[in-house]
Design a protein around this ligand. Structure first.
Ligand SMILES: [Zn+2]
Length: 56
């Protein structure tokens, strides 16, 4: 059985890199996408809060 999947210790999100804590927190493309979505969400929340304080 030499045809084992060669990446079974890699990140379970992107399958490209070793699944280490620094990778999961900062380096993983998947994590980066999640952070970007989170930042966009927080920015929208901030804009809505600003609109509400403008007395609309
Ligand atoms: Zn990854």
């Amino acid at each position: 059985m030499k045809r084992n999947w060669p990446c079974n210790v890699n990140c379970s999100l992107c399958y490209c890199m070793p699944e280490t804590t620094p990778h999961l927190l900062t380096e993983c493309n998947f994590t980066e996408a999640v952070w970007n979505q989170l930042l966009i969400y927080l920015q929208r929340q901030g804009q809505i809060a600003q609109l509400n304080t403008d007395g609309i």
